[in-house]
Design a protein around this ligand. Structure first.
Ligand code: MG
Length: 244
């Protein structure tokens, strides 16, 4: 299907998780500084090796236990990019379908996403299996999100009309560009030259208020401005870099 690139309004907005909604890469939180895991993540996110080649290897090296998932969810929450929850609330106010599509670990990404206001059924990541003692058994090898090109396939499944904007920082996000009307590179945490070069829009400020004007139309901004009580006033004021 040919790409239908266009500007706002969009029916749906999809966010990557790691280094996009929070400043961390969840899988790197599984162990103390682990150079090999960090190198594998970097290689996959820069597109130098296919994701499926590193997915299982990173987990084998890290040896997660079930209790790690709650810990990572808390780390995600503690390192959330400014404006994230407000941006998601504003998009929901405009009746957008908001989803998280992540190559991260579902048992950690899901509670974080739910806390941000995204419905559980709209949070997609790679599930893990643990045994009764909480030891890691395997990851969901059928998951599209544990392999190269998988985000694109999942987005085509979820949004066949392609009326969706994607916000992300990695090579797997760029791969999904053709399934989207607009791909926004969020580079405040990680700036990857290939991703920047391929993006429709680049946002480098560590505040999701700066993403808002690239996701909604002028008319939709007016709707947000008119919300009683000035609920989105802070978000709108910071949109162009100003202070609320
Ligand atoms: Mg990312």
């Amino acid at each position: 299907m040919a790409r239908n690139a266009h500007g706002p309004p969009f029916a749906a907005v999809v966010f990557d998780c790691d280094s996009t909604l929070s400043t961390i890469e969840g899988i790197e939180e599984l162990t103390a500084e682990h150079p090999e895991i960090a190198a594998l993540t970097g290689a996959a996110m820069e597109g130098r090796v296919p994701l499926e080649e590193v997915y299982g290897r990173r987990l084998e090296l890290a040896g997660p236990v079930a209790a790690d998932m709650e810990r990572i969810a808390l780390r995600y929450a503690a390192t959330t990019i400014e404006g994230t929850a407000d941006l998601i609330a504003a998009l929901h106010h405009l009746d957008k379908c908001v989803e998280i599509v992540s190559g991260g670990l579902l048992p950690a990404v899901r509670p974080f996403g739910v806390q941000l206001g995204v419905p559980s059924a709209r949070i997609h990541a790679v599930d893990l299996r643990f045994d009764s003692s909480g030891a890691y058994v395997d990851y969901d090898r059928r998951s599209l999100l544990a392999r190269a090109g998988g985000k694109r396939e999942l987005l085509e499944e979820r949004f066949p009309a392609g009326d969706v904007a994607l916000v992300g920082d990695g090579a797997t996000d760029l791969e999904a560009k053709d399934a989207c009307a607009r791909f926004i590179a969020f580079t405040a945490v990680e700036r990857r030259p290939d991703v920047v070069a391929g993006a429709d829009v680049v946002v480098d400020r560590a505040d999701h208020a700066a993403v808002l004007p690239h996701l909604v139309s002028v008319d939709e901004l007016e709707v947000l401005r008119a919300v009683p009580g000035g609920r989105f006033h802070g978000l709108l004021a910071r949109m162009d870099g100003g202070q609320p």
